[in-house]
Design a protein around this ligand. Structure first.
Ligand SMILES: *Cc1c(COP(=O)(O)O)cnc(C)c1O
Length: 421
């Protein structure tokens, strides 16, 4: 089935007289006929439900929908995008390991990778997404466990050459993890380009309506874990009566290990009601992404002609540095986020943003309503000057998340705000 259909039907197929709409199973616990039945689920928790700290029917329906949209073998939802990033890395790295990430990633991910992981003894080596193959190869060490990057970086809006990074990662026997939040599987399916694991902040376009924070990890099932690099997947897990994930679960090894081991221990599983709301967002995702792309393309073209604007970054613009990569990886459109640099630095950025009437000032992006944010003083406030430059953020930069209002109203609002600068 195609994306529009999967958005509506994947993950939940009601049978005779069952509810048409995905039910909210608001229960932490499940019942069994006998003590033997309880024992059996502890032997193999994939056979039935145990406890809603790591599995719940409403959440699982949404997981199956997202896995279907990405073309993966399985998925696991988390309470936030940050939790998805954290668990996706911890599933492969322990103290003493290292991994590689591009510089062009979300500010919260930069903090996690460069500070919090360092405190836990996991080293992140950053490389530029446009670095040469030689430079990237030089970042690999014997203890490197994965490579991480973002399809469409928040907020730099660089487009990652996923095929190149997959090739470099695979040459070193490690998987490529892609944060596909801004593109969503509607605009890009990283598994088709060689990525092995995809994560999302579902708080953004997937939810779309700004009603709940969440995340998801999706496994392609394609990576071969047997190089000797990943004993946690290929040798017995003492915390799970000696189970060997690759032997017992084959292609599902990664996604079942993260659920059975890390979700069991850390407990970052979303509530059924949150999954129900996420599902409503997903039902219209394909339709919404199409319109976000149309509106943002029109707004980017308008901004390019606006004299107060120093530069516009939107990969859908023919002159954009990432246009060629966008044509390859985002052929249906470059999503809804534009970054612009206003002349006159922070002072004018603030004047312009405070002058907006329809677009709101929000610490959010990818909402159904148009919103703006000043990254240097908000999401990326904790970054040093050097990290800001590496992430491609200037003081006059504004991140404009184009919503689904009439594009004419959005353009009129921008014009009246420019008039106030
Ligand atoms: C927002 C965001 C995150 C973090 O997700 P939360 O749901 O806010 O925890 C991670 N990656 C990207 C690209 C994001 O935009």
């Amino acid at each position: 089935m195609r994306d529009e259909t999967l958005c509506l039907h994947a993950g939940y197929s009601p049978k005779n007289t069952e509810p048409r709409v995905l039910p909210i199973v608001q229960s932490t616990t499940y019942v069994y006929d006998s003590t033997d039945d309880v024992g059996a689920v502890f032997d193999d928790p994939t056979k039935s439900l145990i406890y809603s700290r790591f599995a719940n029917p409403t959440v699982m329906a949404v997981e199956d929908k997202i896995a279907a949209l990405e073309g993966g073998v399985g998925a696991m939802c988390t309470t936030s995008g940050q939790a998805a990033t954290l668990l996706s890395v911890l599933n492969l790295c322990k103290a003493g390991d290292s991994f590689i990430s591009t510089n062009q990633i979300y500010g919260g991910t930069v903090n996690l990778f460069s500070f919090t992981f360092a405190q836990q003894g996991i080293e992140c080596i950053f490389v530029d997404a446009n670095a040469s193959d030689e430079e990237i190869n030089a970042a690999f060490k014997p203890n490197t466990k994965l490579v991480f990057g973002e399809t469409l970086a928040n907020p730099a809006l660089t487009v990652l050459d996923i095929e190149r990074f997959a090739r470099l990662a695979h040459a070193h026997n490690v998987p490529l993890i892609i944060d596909n939040t801004f593109a969503t599987p509607i605009l890009c399916k990283p598994f088709e380009h060689g990525a092995d694991i995809v994560i999302h902040s579902t708080s953004k376009y997937m939810d779309g309506h700004a009603v709940q924070v969440g995340g998801v990890i999706v496994d392609s099932g394609n990576f071969d874990w047997h190089s000797g690099n990943f004993p946690a997947l290929t040798t017995p897990d003492e915390s799970y009566h000696g189970i060997i994930y690759t032997e017992t679960y084959g292609k599902l090894a990664y996604i079942l290990k993260v659920r059975m081991q890390l979700m069991r221990d850390f407990g970052m599983y979303p509530a059924a009601h949150s999954a129900f709301l996420l599902n409503l967002g997903l039902e219209t995702l394909a339709l919404r992404m199409e319109r976000y792309c149309q509106n943002a393309q029109a707004v980017a073209e308008y901004l390019q002609k606006q004299p107060l604007v120093e530069s516009v970054t939107y990969p859908g613009l023919p002159g954009d540095a990432n246009h060629a990569l966008a044509q390859k990886y985002l052929p249906k459109g470059s999503s809804g986020v534009i970054s612009l640099v206003i002349k006159g630095g922070k002072a004018n950025a603030v004047k312009f943003m405070d002058g907006l009437k329809l677009a709101s000032n929000e610490v959010h992006v990818a909402d159904i309503r148009t919103c703006v944010l000043h990254p240097a003083s908000a999401t990326h406030r904790q970054l040093t000057e050097e990290q800001l430059v590496a992430a491609g953020i200037q003081s006059g930069m504004i991140r404009l998340s184009v919503g689904l209002e009439s594009v004419d109203d959005i353009l009129e609002d921008l014009a009246q705000a420019f008039a106030q600068v």
